[in-house]
Ligand binder design. Sequence first.
Ligand code: B12
Ligand code: SF4
Ligand code: SF4
Length: 373
Amino acid sequence: MENTGTRPKSSENPRQPDDRELARLAARIKDWGAELGFQKIGVCDTELSAHEAHLQRWLERGFHGEMGYMARHGTRRSRPAELVPGTVRVITARMDYATDAAAPAAELLEDPAQALVSRYALGRDYHKVLRARLRKLAGRIEAVIGAFGYRVFVDSAPVLEKALAAKSGLGWIGKHSNLLDRQAGSWFFLGEIYTDLPLPVDRPVEEHCGDCTRCIDACPTGAIVAPYQVDARRCISYLTIELKGAIPVELRPLMGNRIYGCDDCQLVCPWNRFARPSDEDDFLPRHGLDSATLVTLFGWSEAEFLARTEGSAIRRTGYTGWRRNIAVALGNCTGLEGAPRAAVIEALEARRGDPEELVREHVEWALERLARD
Ligand code: B12
Ligand code: SF4
Ligand code: SF4
């Protein structure tokens, strides 16, 4: 959890800015945000009761699976002032991560022997990138107005990031449940600054999903059980990143070669045609992760895994999760013949004696599936 805020002492900040000063400050915050590499900055108040009800229902239905942290914080997730007392506004920020430098996901999905790492995880861990920039943004505000109360968050605490971003006009929540924007699609990260500054708020944008259901239809595992409702337990992103134990057997064949996260619901979204590539070097693919074969990645030792995922979001799945995920993808390499098939089987057989029972079980599943092919 973030702990970067400063609380104003009344003697440090004796005069509250008036409405005109606050409006001017909000405009400057947006300019500074752009200078710091954010594509959009918005401001909203903290009233999230409709979202709180949706969140509650999502939890009651058990859609969070093993993500205990989603249930743990009571109403603090949907009531910002309970998480950070004194919060009256949230400054929200969007940073795009799509890159032209990566091998196209659609092509990788067609070749079962290739590994598919979701677009957001190809480069540097976004938490680090956004957090550092948001701290700079808060620093700029402080340099102008003096000490003020704030805290910076990037997917690091009980915060309803998409709801806050939607409220502050950064986009609308699509049927796949991600936030999207008409000019930018959905390939972006979100971050926030909770603050006690009563800045003027922005208006939400209209939603533009209309009759479209492409994301729902394209989901390989049927995880989008209704518009705006994702059962995480079926989502490949959850299965490959958040789930620590065995991947349910019935879902394994549906995962294809997606070894870390999944982008299918975004790949088919028509608004992503308007996404602009990011010019952040931090989000460029590292270690050939956008074009590696499954066999290559399965051969990584733990030391190689740790070295090549340093500063990357992929660390979250751990070396055991990495091998588990790739074993499933190798088991999905049906339809291969000759040398490529032999290479897949050889790679799996080499890990039959893996020290981890979890990995061994997924390797056996994969070999059995290929034996039936
Ligand atoms: C838990 C989580 C997950 C879980 C659960 C996903 C989910 N939909 O909740 C899993 C592991 C599956 C996941 C996957 C992904 N995630 Co995620 N995840 C989060 C996290 C930590 C919390 C999200 C949350 O609050 N879920 C709770 C449920 C209740 O929210 P919800 O389903 O969106 O429902 C809300 C609305 O849709 C609405 N609602 C719900 N039901 C209904 C019904 C109706 C009728 C209406 C109108 C509205 C409505 O109200 C709810 C509350 O706001 C956030 C970071 C954060 N702290 O916010 C990142 C975050 C949402 N993830 C992010 C990303 C990038 C992803 C992936 C794309 C990664 C990948 N490529 O693999 C996938 C996308 C999968 C998908 N289709 O959602 C980004 C999204 C950026 C964006 N443009 O929106 C975030 C914001 C992280 C960040 N800081 O950038 N994620
Ligand atoms: S990320 Fe993949 S599995 Fe999850 S909802 Fe989207 S398409 Fe379905
Ligand atoms: S694919 Fe269609 S329904 Fe899904 S988010 Fe995009 S526009 Fe909305």
